[in-house]
Ligand binder design. Sequence first.
Ligand code: NAD
Ligand code: TYD
Length: 360
Amino acid sequence: MRTYLVTGGAGFIGTNYIHYMFRKYGDAIRIINVDVLTYAGNLENLREVEDKENYTFVRADITDAEAIAKLFAENEIDRVVHFAAESHVDRSIRDPEVFVKTNVLGTAVMLNCAKTAWELPDGSFMPDKKFLHVSTDEVYGSLEEDGTYFYETTPYAPHSPYSASKASSDMLVKSYIDTYHFPANITNCSNNYGPYQFPEKLIPLVINNALQGKKLPVYGDGKNVRDWLYVDDHAKGIDMVQELGRLGETYNIGGHNEKQNIEIINIIIDTLQEMLPADDPRRALVSRDLITYVEDRKGHDRRYAIAPDKIKAEIGWEPETKFEDGIRRTIAWFFEHEEWMKNVTSGDYQKYYEEMYQNR
Ligand code: NAD
Ligand code: TYD
């Protein structure tokens, strides 16, 4: 039985990945989820799997080398899938240091512990051991609105402390590949959306605010472009890269679903109005009048867009979920999980929201 060590599995994409993997492989795999449970980590996401014999949760910090080394010593790990990170650009602008610590130092610790556990006396590695580093398209910087795309060969040019820290972590992984022939892959994915996404990110924030008749904050002119991918398609891509990709290679994941932020917000409003039952009181609250243009994000990247040519040609992956379907599925999930949203937006979230949006 193959054993996966998943870092950051209690966050948005990690959660969806764990559910995806158990749906796909059932009891043929074992997953150990290591997560320190920051504001973004939520064990409620994993209630359905927590009692499975082939699932274990370990609360630990990826920057704690001793704790991570112990996990490798006590378990025969075959795959590492490394999601754990600080992931929100706005937070990185306010507080960059924790991004360097978690994203850079944390990745160094994960790499070093895996290398130590998997390396043979002759410097080669045990067979069939693989490390996948989950990264972002934001490392490539910002595109003009001119139909160009990010390729795996696009030079790194990060702008935010978040993307700079992710770029540094990618470089560390590349250095392990080049120096030690360490068996790793990197995936650089575009913006994800779907169930369990924390409402600091655009799509769940807009859904949550609209349902309460709260303002929908649009940064700048609302014309920044992101390339949105349904999270299950990302989970599938990660698994396919790990099993079918060439070791040492980077694969971009995403593709051809570019939308301006204002378009996304309008689609969410229209879809909410369509999906809410006629007698639901929230119907009267959801309106385009809630759209409020606010001060732009500092250093706001204009456009991200992935060309997924390599992953399609080599591995056969391509995005499957159309945005119209994915957004309806996401909204339906939030309708069914009102309690989840209430729980994650109580307490600290209120403080965060005030600091980020009041007087903006
Ligand atoms: P998230 O913020 O929702 O979750 C991050 C998880 O990591 C949380 O569960 C958190 O508790 C955990 N974590 C944070 N610091 C930790 C530490 N020091 N030790 C152990 N656990 C820690 O993030 P996400 O959106 O699920 O993103 C996951 C990964 O995917 C990140 O590496 C991110 O850079 C990358 N990514 C995200 C997107 C996106 O659109 N969200 C797109 C491309 C790539
Ligand atoms: P976000 O979800 O934070 O992802 P990222 O910055 O990593 O792409 O933001 C997506 C886009 O939406 C980005 O251009 C910033 C914009 N945005 C708003 O206009 N208003 C908001 O309240 C938020 C959170 C984001």
